[in-house]
Every structure is written in C-alpha cells, then in structure tokens.
Design a protein around this ligand. Structure first.
Ligand SMILES: [Fe+2]
Length: 256
C-alpha cells in the first residue's frame, strides 16, 4: 500500500516504500529507517521481571520520561501510548505479569537516551546532516548506559538498547536480526511505529489507525517481527487499542 506521505524523510537515501517512522517522536529517529522484506516468527522468549513494582514506581519513571518528552511538543503522551500498545500486543502473545510490567516500563523509558541529544537536533525541522544522524543514532546506547547504572532498571536495558533494531538486520545499533533481537525490543519497535503513524508530525498529518495497521502489515517480516504485528492487529481488531487512540468503535469507523 502506498501513501502520498513522507514518513521517513531520510536525507540522501533511496525513496522509501510506504512504511513507518522508527520512533514515535517527530525527532530525527523518524528519518532513520527503511523497510525491507524478510520473515520469521517471534521466539517465545520470556522477559525478565522488573526489580520493583507498584504504581508509584511506574509514575516516577513516567515523570522522568515526560520530562524528556517535554523537550518536544509533538512527543506529548508518546511513551504512555507506546506502553499501552506494546502491552496489548504482549498480552496477545501470551505474556503475563511480571513480564507485562517490564514491557510497560521499557516502553516508558525507551527513548530516555535522547537526553544526550542536543535540542537543536531533536527539534530540527529540516533534514539532518550525517553527523547529526550519527548523534541521534546514539540515543539507544546512551539510554542503555543510563539504565545500567541503576541495578533496579538494568533488566530494561534490552528494550532500550535494541528498540531501533530491524527484523531484517538493518537497524541499529548492533544490526541484530529476527530472534536475535530481544522480544521486548521487537514489541517496542511495532508499538513505537504505530504511535508515530497515528499522531501528527510537523511534516505530515496522522494516518488513520486502520491505515497505520495496514502499513505495519506491509512492514511485517522486513522492518517488523510479523508475529508481533499480528498480535497488535488482533488487539486493534478487538477494540483493545481504542481507549488509547481516543476512539469508540463508531469513532474508529469514522476515522477510517
Ligand atoms: Fe528511539
């Protein structure tokens, strides 16, 4: 499916097929991915349990994530929505607590490394220079380094470090492919892209949820784990994402 929308805007790269921005924030992450075909189902990997529980713990981490989001007006609510989407897909894959909790926490913190990226790059409206792209691509490693310094958060490192890996092995920072990518990171990648497509960006308006779902399906096996895409599609079709998308079933029909 093709859309007359510039979802990637990567400077100097071949024309992108219709697909998804890699990160839910209208920062340069949106310009760093390409979609290629591939296929493999997800492995039934279990996620590590969070070292701590409770709403206060999540609330504190959310405050931290919101402080980072506040640097970019278009990012408001991004981590919360990504957490909800990833959790819904994880439930469809059979995850239970405490793995679901880890998915949620990892989602909240997935872009925490952006704290190490200058504002002038994160909010730059035009194309990035190669040097700026390199700086943006460091944010997963920066985030992982931050989490490694806190023993209670170290179990979330795989989410943060690998959320820009691609299923076909062309992502970053380590170019992992298929099941070598931690399942939590594969969940995050799909949820992140879905939120990016269904929210407005400075350079394009949002896609309808149904169109975004179709785009995810197009990227399944290339950019995205097909099993994770299937899980999110099931959750969407069951109406489980509607509260996060601000839709009633009737509203979804109108929006589509
Ligand atoms: Fe990111």
């Amino acid at each position: 499916m093709q859309h007359n929308l510039n979802l990637f805007r990567r400077r100097g790269r071949p024309k992108q097929p219709a697909g998804m921005p890699p990160c839910g924030i209208p920062h340069p992450c949106d310009r760093l991915r390409v979609v290629f075909p591939s296929s493999t189902a997800p492995s039934p990997v279990s996620l590590p349990a969070p070292a701590a529980n409770g709403d206060a713990y999540l609330a504190l981490l959310t405050v931290l994530a919101n402080a980072i989001e506040a640097r970019n007006a278009y990012a408001s609510g991004h981590t919360r929505r990504v957490g909800a989407f990833a959790r819904a897909a994880a439930r469809r894959l059979g995850f239970a607590e405490p793995a679901l909790r880890a998915v949620e926490l990892g989602s909240v913190l997935h872009d925490i490394g952006e704290i190490g990226i200058p504002d002038r790059i994160l909010t730059k409206p035009g194309p990035l220079t190669p040097e700026e792209e390199e700086q943006v691509m460091r944010h997963p490693s920066i985030g992982a380094r931050l989490l490694r310094s806190v023993p209670e958060l170290e179990h979330l490192v795989p989410f943060v470090l690998h959320h820009h890996e691609r299923f076909d092995g062309t992502g970053y920072p380590h170019r992992l492919a298929e099941n070598a990518i931690p399942l939590g990171a594969r969940l995050l990648a799909v949820a992140d892209a879905f939120d990016a497509m269904t929210t407005d960006r400075p350079y394009r308006t949002r896609l309808s949820p149904a169109t975004a779902i179709a785009e995810l399906a197009d990227g399944a096996g290339g950019q995205f784990d097909p099993g994770v895409v299937d899980a999110l599609v099931q959750a969407y079709q069951a109406g489980e994402l509607d509260p996060v998308l601000g839709l009633s079933r009737a509203g979804a029909a109108v929006a589509d």
